[in-house]
Design a protein around this ligand. Structure first.
Ligand code: ADP
Ligand code: ZN
Length: 207
């Protein structure tokens, strides 16, 4: 089963994807994570991506698409994957159609007020990538692996406004693009409740 998770920044794509991966034995592919890995390793792609990410802009399609193609072509994706953060534009979706069959698209629906509230509290584990929010977790180290948590460079209100604008303009049109495979899920509730809705939905689709 190949799945796409759509949603604005802070809709909970990454959090849900990590849980669904455990339930269904899929591979999670997050283009945001892939870019951050490239930045950490000081690659050419990383250096270029950083200039866009810090401003909340999309990394150019050519770069993103070739990175994604390389990742999807690897053996571990053969049994199914869940895409989180890709596609983010119509050209990206068109390219994806050429290389993979997408079975389901899940859009996480979260009102903008809730998104703004979530933005300032997000913390990420520096080692395993687990995502926390200071409103529900006040420790400075990861509950799973004990590594320090950090706040992403682009998690601040200035960048957020730009990311939301980019989302509306570039990514929201994908809702129509995928109309034939689209399932909208309420993402404004707790991570556990969102996870349960998505899990039930996918179990229904598998039958
Ligand atoms: P979030 O969904 O919380 O905004 P991500 O980790 O998915 O965060 O993405 C962070 C940044 O990485 C984006 O703002 C963008 O600059 C870049 N990025 C990630 N995925 C893509 C993509 N598919 N196309 C272009 N840029 C991307
Ligand atoms: Zn961790």
């Amino acid at each position: 089963m190949n799945i796409i998770l759509l949603g604005a920044p802070f809709s909970g794509k990454g959090t849900v994807a990590r849980k669904i991966v455990d339930d269904f034995g899929l591979i999670q592919i997050s283009t945001g994570d892939l870019f951050r890995e490239n930045i950490k390793n000081g690659t050419e792609v990383g250096l270029l991506a950083k200039t866009y990410m810090d401003k909340g802009e999309l990394v150019p399609d050519s770069v993103t698409i070739s990175m994604l193609k390389e990742r999807i072509s690897r053996e571990d994706c053969k049994n199914g994957f869940i895409l989180d953060g890709f596609p983010r534009s119509i050209p990206q979706a068109q390219e994806l159609e050429k290389i993979a069959k997408i079975d389901a698209v899940i859009a996480l629906d979260v009102p903008f007020d809730e998104i703004r509230r979530r933005c300032l509290g997000r913390r990420v584990c520096s080692k395993c990538g687990e995502i926390y929010n200071t409103s529900t977790y006040s420790e400075s180290t990861c509950a799973k692996c004990g590594s320090p948590l950090f706040q992403r460079n682009d998690d601040n209100l200035e960048t957020l406004n730009n990311r939301l604008e980019v989302y509306e303009k570039m990514t929201a049109p994908l809702i129509n693009f995928y109309a034939d495979r689209l399932n909208v899920v309420d993402g404004s509730v707790s991570p556990e409740a969102t996870h349960m809705s998505v899990k039930k939905l996918l179990e229904g689709l598998k039958k």
